[in-house]
Design a binder for this molecule. Structure first.
Ligand code: NAD
Ligand code: DAU
Length: 358
């Protein structure tokens, strides 16, 4: 156990000792692995990641020399590879997914393959090796659009409305079926919109921050009134660890910040304030098809396990903007590379303002 770390009520020491973390080179998965190995350096953690456009080994550089850490490049759909790696651990935590709603609208195919078939492949391996735990990282998007003032509870029916959220429901349903049919001890977390350092700059927060830092337009969908519940990435990772350690097999757990809901225009204005840029950078563009107007969670089930978010939106945004300001080598090559083509396809009217391709 490490000392000299700030107080953290997360039950890191109660976790299974050997973990397979699928999708651990992405945004939230890498935060989970970094925190985990900072708190419990003796754990054995194998990251399995395909390194898609969203995966980045630089996200794991801080743990690369830990004795218990191992990286395996590969696809969760590769049954043979997954079964071999799963044979060396006590549990699987599945972050691996295609995750961006706008990409799912343009190209749904990869979402079905990874999010649905890939989860099946991991569940089969967990069943074969009689794992102690299987945690599926899911999303509040499974509830679909939620009318105010309702808050989504875990037993509410899924009402997905995008190819992405439908693929995540498909994954969840298999988890519940594997629990009921084979007794696989699954857990599902449904996190809300997550932001913070190391996020690929396609989601609203890192996109708007990096656009503003370069004095480029921030494309607000429609009237900018759709609201989300923004959760800082380390708080999301701590919530996943808490559910993994203390959750009841077969249940889902909402993980939301639970403060005042924040809409797209408010995100843009927070970014302008923190980057000292002008309102004229806000540009309203055509709305996202099927845009969910509101997500809002009741997270009391996870809170009863001892989890509570530590950072409010203001503080989280200050940290996030500071990180992107200080880490241009993380995002500049992305924005002039893979992201530039996506930006042209997704934001056609703004195509002339795309970051220059390399
Ligand atoms: P991300 O896009 O940053 O990372 C996804 C990771 O999965 C990448 O490292 C990628 O290389 C890997 N991956 C993709 N396909 C793979 C495959 N077939 N095999 C192996 N690895 C593969 O995503 P994120 O934002 O870190 O999200 C992680 C998980 O959390 C996802 O399951 C997502 O649905 C869920 N989630 C995300 C948010 C959010 O706001 N970002 C909120 C709630 C839930
Ligand atoms: O709620 C959890 C989900 O949050 C995760 O499951 C997804 O993986 C993650 O991508 C995220 O989905 P959203 O679609 O809610 O996030 P995104 O950042 O794409 O959009 C957030 C809000 O901002 C939404 O109302 C759309 C708006 N938006 C987004 C982008 C990218 C804009 O106005 N302009 C943009 O350019």
């Amino acid at each position: 156990m490490t000392t000299n770390l700030p107080d953290d009520s997360t039950p890191w020491s109660e976790l299974p000792r050997r973990l397979l973390v699928a999708g651990g080179a992405g945004f939230i998965g890498s935060a989970f692995v970094r925190l985990l190995l900072e708190r419990e350096p003796d754990l054995q953690v194998t990251v399995l990641d395909k390194l898609t456009y969203a995966g980045n080994l630089a996200n794991l550089a801080a743990v690369a020399d830990r004795p218990g850490y191992r990286f395996a490049e590969g696809d969760i759909c590769d049954r043979e590879l997954v079964e071999r790696l799963a044979g060396e651990v006590d549990c699987i935590v599945n972050f691996a997914a295609e995750t961006h709603v706008d990409r799912s609208i343009l190209d749904p195919d990869a979402f079905i393959k990874t999010d649905v078939y890939g989860t099946f492949s991991l569940l089969e391996a967990a069943r074969l090796h009689h794992h102690r735990r299987f945690l599926q990282v899911s999303t509040d998007e499974v509830y679909g659009d939620v009318e105010p003032p309702a808050l989504s509870l875990e037993d509410d029916p899924p009402r997905p409305r995008s190819p992405y959220s439908a693929s995540k429901v498909g994954a969840e349903m298999q988890c519940f079926a594997y629990h009921a049919t084979y007794g696989v001890p699954i857990l599902v977390t449904r996190g809300s919109n997550t932001y913070g350092p190391h996020q690929y700059p396609e989601k609203i927060v890192p996109l708007f921050v990096t656009q503003a830092l370069d004095s480029l337009p921030m494309p607000v969908y429609g009237d900018g009134g759709a609201v989300r519940d923004y959760l800082y990435v380390d708080d999301h990772a701590r919530g996943i660890a808490t559910v993994l350690a203390r959750g009841t097999a077969g249940l889902a757990y909402n993980l939301g910040q639970g403060g005042e809901p924040v809409n797209g225009l408010q995100v843009a204005r927070a970014v302008l304030r923190l980057t000292d840029r002008q309102e004229s950078l806000i540009q309203h563009v055509e709305d996202r098809p099927g845009h969910d107007r509101r997500y809002a969670l009741d997270s009391s089930r996870a809170r009863a396990l001892g989890w509570a978010p530590q950072l409010d939106f203001e503080t989280g945004m200050e940290r996030t903007v500071a990180w992107y300001r200080d880490h241009r080598p993380f995002w500049e090559p992305i924005k002039s590379g893979e992201f530039a083509e996506f930006y042209r396809r997704n934001y056609r009217p703004l195509a002339g303002t795309a970051p220059a391709s390399s």
